[in-house]
Design a protein around this ligand. Sequence first.
Ligand code: GLC
Ligand code: MG
Length: 250
Amino acid sequence: MKFLIISDLDNTWIGDDAATIALQQTLKEKRDRFYLVYATGRSFCSVAREMRNFWLLTGEPLLTPDYLITGVGSEIYHQGILDYHWATQISQQWDRNGVVQVTQKFPQLLPQIEPEQNPWKVSFCLHPNTKPAILNTVHEQILQLGISAKIIFSSGRDIDILPQTTDKGIAAMYLREKLQIPLNQTLVCGDSGNDLSLYQHGTRGVIVNNAQNELAQWYSQSGTANHYFAKSSYAWGILEAIDYFNLGTT
Ligand code: GLC
Ligand code: MG
């Protein structure tokens, strides 16, 4: 039986090159015994660039994932091809133009660069002098238009507005079911607010020690025996968790 690793990239799988290389060294020996999914806020192009840069800088390639969840769950790719079934599924009751219409009324929301926007993701940075509570008002106004959307806040700054039917966690469970891997043989790994949904579906989960406040706070309030707050940071934390949960030993 294969196991499944679903990991965020920035400040989790990558962020400490020595840790990434050590983790990959351990996993390379068992590469045929697990599926790997990177689940990131980045766009597909941005992931491809990051993978190239990692190799250029370290001389080691990042492990090739079986699937990619990009744009915080708004897109799923397999061998470079968009999962159209997923795209169709999350398009129901979603109206991107309506979301943009609402958000334009809030100058506190600073649009992110165009390549990070996609048909199912509208992203901003919160103006530094603004309290995140403003997002409740934005959300209410979107709902008033009958649009089913969710707002995800990460790293005390990034705002992603997505269809209500997606996030990293929902996308991760779609793949887990497709691959038919049991919950206790699935490990999710993350460090920030956009990873929070990964931990809410009964799989094993590691929160790396360098986690952002929003995720560390969630863990202290809602963490369960399935969740492990690592003693070490970045990919060292993932290594620790593989050991802690005895993954790949059954
Ligand atoms: C990545 C994405 C950005 C998103 C952030 C948090 O940095 O590039 O668009 O807002 O993750 O999800
Ligand atoms: Mg991250």
